[in-house]
Design a protein around this ligand. Structure first.
Ligand code: UFG
Length: 329
């Protein structure tokens, strides 16, 4: 039986997607160098520890597990870090993906679902953002993703590699059974930080700027549940395996919440006091990012099942409450 190779499958979005596929009876193998991922996030799933740059290693896994499709999450994803250490991003995200594509071409694996990002757009001209909008990434992270989207287009004609690029907006939440969730070392994402403050693990949350042109002055983002992202990967892969055409899709809920609204929702969900202090703006933050996901709804029938911010935060809270130290014991 053929199987799906999930690169970076021990990371946050990768592990939720791996679980989603596994629960639907799909054969899969997770490949991850554990630089930011956790072995415990993919318990009971076939796992190979390896690096993207090891083309031969990737080819061996593809051969041994009869891989016929790749889902590629393996990337560094911190916008701020990408600006101070671009080499890390170009070497891993870009050179690493070229190695993956070489292995795919050599092994005649022709389907790939690629993790892209809202960061490919830069400062949006119009809200909500549609897929055809200008792409002017403001940071190196977004640039690496946009370059790969373009490379994927070039690999279709000569090598028959078809791709779906999924441009995530702000992934959030955890598996509803709270056995896996979001954990980064160090943590930089808003919702986990807010919940750490709720747990008393940090004194307060820093609000990065309250002088943006938004209703309450803080940045507005489109938070999308990680299980809804997992479902989009499932549909994208089925589409490719049915012979569907290459495409790029936004993934968001189409509604935006400010940093202050997120803190307020977390106070409500957790019943805890969460202190917040306003700090200067963080470099590279667009004021508002909200997705139009009409294209994937229309073409792949995808609809978010957990669009409500309170519910997204409630699933994240259940994970943080029961795993205050993440995957570390
Ligand atoms: N924020 C704070 N305080 C914090 C952390 C974040 O005010 O301590 C603010 C940020 O300034 C931003 C918002 O909360 O306005 C969300 O910040 P995150 O760091 O959680 O997420 P980003 O929107 O910066 O980035 C995320 C992913 C990127 C991806 C992007 C796409 O981390 O990889 O979404 O929208 F590119």
């Amino acid at each position: 039986m053929s199987s799906i190779l999930i690169l970076g499958g021990a990371g946050y979005i990768g592990s939720h997607t791996a679980r989603y596929f596994k629960d639907r009876g799909r054969e899969l193998v997770v490949y991850d160098n554990l630089s930011t991922g956790f072995r415990d996030s993919v318990k009971n799933i076939t796992f190979v520890e390896g690096d993207l740059h090891d083309t031969r290693g990737l080819e061996r896994v593809m051969e041994r597990h009869r891989v016929d499709a790749v889902i590629h999450f393996a990337a560094f994803s911190q916008v701020g870090e990408s600006m101070v250490n671009p080499e890390k991003y170009y070497y891993n995200n870009l050179a690493g993906t070229l190695s993956v594509l070489r292995a795919m071409v050599n092994q005649q694996v022709q389907n790939i679902v690629f993790s892209s990002t809202a960061a490919v757009y830069g400062d949006p001209v119009r809200i909500p953002i549609v897929e055809t909008a200008d792409k002017k990434p403001k940071n190196i992270y977004g640039k690496t993703k946009l370059i790969i989207e373009n490379i994927l287009k070039d690999y279709e004609g000569p090598y028959g590699v078809r791709s779906v690029c999924l441009r995530y907006f702000n992934a959030a939440g955890a598996h509803p059974d709270a056995t896996i969730g979001e954990s980064h070392r160090p943590e930089s994402h808003l919702i986990p930080l807010v919940l750490q403050a709720a747990l008393g693990q940090r004194d307060h949350l820093d609000i990065f700027g309250d002088d943006y042109e938004t209703p309450d002055g803080t940045c507005v983002r489109d938070y999308i549940h990680v299980m809804d992202l997992a479902d989009a990967h499932y549909r994208a892969l089925e589409h490719l395996q049915r012979g569907g055409a290459s495409a790029a899709y936004n993934l968001g809920n189409g509604s935006g919440f400010s940093v202050r609204q997120v803190i307020e929702a977390a106070r409500y969900v957790t019943g805890r006091e969460i202190r917040a202090e306003v700090r200067p703006r963080r470099a590279g933050d667009p004021a508002i990012l909200i997705a139009s996901s009409d294209r994937i709804s229309r073409e792949l029938g995808w609809q978010p099942k957990m669009p409500e911010l309170d519910r997204i935060i409630a699933t994240a809270w259940e994970w943080h409450r029961t795993h205050p130290d993440g995957y570390e014991r």
